[in-house]
Write a protein that binds this ligand. Structure first.
Ligand code: C2E
Ligand code: MG
Ligand code: MG
Length: 544
C-alpha cells in the first residue's frame, strides 16, 4: 500500500485486502490509515498494540523517517511479515507478506535440528541445552543413561527395519514414563538418556524402576516377538557432578556397572565405579590385541564317565596370559568380550584350536567347547564349526557344544534354529550351568539336549544341605527320564563324588578328579594312560 502524507491510501493491491479479509471498498484511494486499522480490529485480523497507540506509533515513525518491520501471527494462524517504509514526501509504503509457509518450514528445520528423526525424541544438542539450563536454574537434576541389552543382536539378525521399530516402540514407552519437566533424548544407536528435573536420588531411582518395568514387556516387531532388558545408570547433580559432561559421564559409568551386574539392572554412580570403568576400557583394548599376540591358550579339564570309570573327554577352558596382569580368569574377560563382540573371533579361535587338539587324542575321547549366546546370535557359528570339523577331521559326534540358558533370552527361535543345524551336523549339545540364572524347565523341552550339566554351586552344597541334595537328585532324575546324560560339575570332595554317583549322574567333573591342565600336561597324561594304544598322532607327539 502507498499512503500519502495525510495518512490516506494512494494505492492498495488485492493481496493486502485478501490477507486481512477486508471488503474491496476499503482498498479505494482516500481511505484513511485509521479506518483500515479499525476494520482489521473489528475483523479480528489485528494483533498487538491497541489501535490508537498503533496509529500514533506508525505516524511518528514516518515523521522521523524510521523504517519499521515486524512479523506477527494472526489468529487464523497466518504469519505475516510487515514493513513501513517512509517516503520523502511524508507518505509511506507498507508491505504485508504472508510468510506462513516459510515460517513453518523454519520451525520444522529447527525441530529437525533438535530432534532425532527416527523416534521424534530430543537429540543430543537439545538434551545438552536442557541439561545446562536445568543445572543453571535449579541446580538440581539427575541424568539417567539407558542401554537396551541385546539391541545389536536384534539389529544384526532381524535386520535394521526391525531394529528401528524396536527403537521407536521403546522411545514411545520411555516417553510415557516421564514426569513433568523430564526430557528423554536419543543420543544415537541404542543410547538413550533422561534428564530428570525433580532431581533427587530417590525420585531418579523410582523413575528408573518405572522405565525398566515399561521396557520389560515383549516387543512385537511386525510379528517377531522379542524381549530386551534395560540397564540404567544414574548420576545426580551435586553429589555426582555439576557439569553436564561430568554428569553424563558418571551416569554412563554407572550404566556400565549395571550391565556388568546382569540384565535389567539399575545402578547409581559411586566414585569407586570410576576405577572399574577405566579397568574395563583397558581390558577392552588389551583384549583386542590378545588374539593377535597369541596370548590365549586352552586348558583342558577331564570329564569322568561314572559308569565306565574312565575319562569320556575334556572340556576346553579358555585362559588369557596377560603380559602384565598374568593369568586373567574367563569369568573376568568373557563378559567384556561378549559386550564388545570380540567373543566372536575369540570363540572361533577356541573352536579351531580345541578341535585341532582333540584330533590328536584317542578316538573315544570327546571335546567340549563353551559357546557364548553372543556367538549364536551373531551368526557364522555353524560355518566356523563345519570348517573346524573339516580341518581337524575328527568325528562330528566327538564334539560337544556347551551353551547356557542365556541363549533362550533373546532371539530364542533363531538360536534354536542354529542349535538344530549344529545337531544336524551330528554335533552334541549340552546345557551348561543348569540351575543358575534364568532356569526354566521349559528349556529342557524346547530343545532335545544331549546333556545337562548341573552347576557346581549345587554340588558344593553336598552332602550337608538337604535342599541342594534334593535338587541334585531331581536333576539326575530329569536327565535320565529325558534320556540326556547328566554331568555334575565342581566335584571337590570324595563325599560329593559319592553323592552325585549315588544320585545317578552319568559323569562328573571337578578339581577332585583333575584341575584344568595345559595341553602339554594333557598330552603327557594321554601318553601315560593310553601308551598301549596305537594312535599315530600321539606317538608322533611323544616322539617329538
Ligand atoms: P563352565 O563352562 O561352567 O566351566 C567350569 C568352570 O568351573 C571352569 O572355570 C573350571 O575351571 C571351574 N571348575 C572346574 N572344577 C571345579 C571345582 O571342582 N571347583 C571349582 N570351584 N571350580 C571348578 P573357568 O575355567 O574359570 O571358566 C569359567 C567360565 O568361563 C566357564 O564356566 C565358561 O562359562 C566360561 N568359559 C571358559 N572358557 C570359555 C570359552 O572358550 N568360551 C566361552 N564362551 N566361555 C568360556
Ligand atoms: Mg562349560
Ligand atoms: Mg558350568
Amino acid at each position: 500500500m502507498l499512503y500519502d502524507r495525510h495518512g490516506r491510501l494512494v494505492l492498495c493491491n488485492r493481496q493486502f485486502l485478501d490477507i486481512y479479509r477486508l471488503p474491496p471498498e476499503l482498498g479505494k484511494r482516500g481511505t484513511s490509515f485509521r479506518k483500515i486499522l479499525e476494520a482489521r480490529v473489528a475483523g479480528n485480523t489485528h494483533v498487538g498494540d491497541a489501535a490508537d497507540y498503533y496509529v500514533a506509533d506508525r505516524l511518528s515513525a514516518v515523521r522521523e523517517g524510521r523504517t519499521l518491520g515486524d512479523i506477527h501471527r494472526l489468529n487464523s494462524g497466518q504469519v505475516i511479515s510487515m514493513t513501513h517504509q517512509p517516503m520523502p514526501d511524508g507518505g509511506w509504503i507498507s508491505t504485508h507478506k504472508d510468510v506462513t509457509e516459510l515460517h513453518n518450514m523454519q520451525a520444522e528445520l529447527t525441530h529437525l535440528a533438535y530432534h532425532d528423526a527416527l523416534t521424534g525424541l530430543p537429540n543430543r544438542t537439545l538434551f545438552y541445552r536442557r541439561l545446562g539450563t536445568a543445572l543453571a536454574e535449579a541446580g538440581s537434576a539427575a541424568v539417567l543413561c539407558l542401554d537396551l541389552d541385546g539391541f545389536k543382536a536384534i539389529n544384526d539378525t532381524l535386520g535394521h527395519a526391525a531394529g528401528d521399530t524396536l527403537l521407536r516402540q521403546f522411545a514411545a514407552r520411555l516417553g510415557r514414563c516421564l514426569g513433568p519437566g523430564d526430557t528423554a533424548a536419543r543420543m544415537g544407536g541404542d543410547e538413550f538418556v533422561v534428564l530428570h528435573r525433580a532431581g533427587t536420588a530417590q525420585s531418579a531411582r523410582e523413575l528408573a524402576a518405572r522405565i525398566c518395568e515399561a521396557a520389560d514387556t515383549p516387543y512385537d516387531l511386525d510379528g517377531q516377538v522379542v524381549t530386551v532388558a534395560l540397564g540404567i545408570g544414574i548420576a545426580v547433580a551435586g553429589a555426582d557432578g555439576n557439569e553436564p559432561d561430568e554428569l553424563l559421564h558418571h551416569a554412563d559409568v554407572a550404566l556400565y556397572a549395571a550391565k556388568r551386574e546382569g540384565r535389567g539392572n539399575i545402578r547409581s554412580f559411586a566414585p569407586e565405579l570410576n576405577r572399574a570403568s577405566t579397568d574395563r576400557r583397558r581390558m577392552e583394548a588389551d583384549l583386542r590385541r590378545a588374539l593377535e599376540f597369541g596370548e590365549f591358550e586352552l586348558h583342558f579339564q577331564p570329564i569322568l564317565d561314572l559308569r565306565m570309570h574312565a575319562f569320556s573327554g575334556f572340556e576346553a577352558l579358555l585362559r588369557w596370559q596377560h603380559p602384565e596382569r598374568g593369568l586373567v580368569s574367563p569369568a573376568d574377560f568373557i563378559p567384556v568380550a561378549e559386550d564388545t563382540g570380540l567373543i566372536v573371533p575369540i570363540g572361533d579361535w577356541v573352536i579351531r584350536e580345541a578341535l585341532a587338539e582333540a584330533a590328536r587324542w584317542p578316538a573315544g575321547l570327546r571335546i567340549a567347547v563353551n559357546v557364548s549366546s553372543v556367538q549364536l546370535v551373531r551368526g557364522g557359528l555353524v560355518t566356523t564349526i563345519m570348517q573346524a570339523l573339516a580341518a581337524s577331521g575328527i568325528a562330528h559326534d566327538r564334539v560337544e557344544i556347551e551353551i547356557t540358558e542365556s541363549v533362550f533370552l533373546t532371539n530364542s527361535e533363531q538360536n534354536l534354529d542354529t542349535l538344530r543345524q549344529l545337531r544336524a551336523l551330528g554335533v552334541r549339545i549340552a546345557l551348561d550351568d543348569f540351575g543358575t540364572g534364568y532356569s526354566a524347565l521349559g528349556y529342557l523341552l524346547a530343545f532335545p539336549f544331549d546333556k545337562i550339566k548341573i552347576d557346581g554351586t549345587f554340588v558344593h552344597a553336598l552332602p550337608s544341605a538337604e535342599g541342594a541334595k534334593t535338587i541334585v537328585a531331581a536333576v539326575a532324575d530329569i536327565g535320565a527320564r529325558l534320556a540326556m546324560s547328566t554331568t555334575a560339575e565342581g566335584i571337590e570332595t570324595p563325599e560329593q563324588l559319592r553323592g552325585v554317583h549315588a544320585a545317578g549322574y552319568t559323569e562328573a567333573q571337578g578339581y577332585l578328579i583333575s584341575r584344568p591342565m595345559p595341553r602339554e600336561a594333557l598330552q603327557r597324561l594321554l601318553t601315560d594312560a593310553f601308551d598301549t594304544m596305537p594312535e599315530a598322532p600321539l606317538e608322533q607327539r611323544a616322539a617329538g
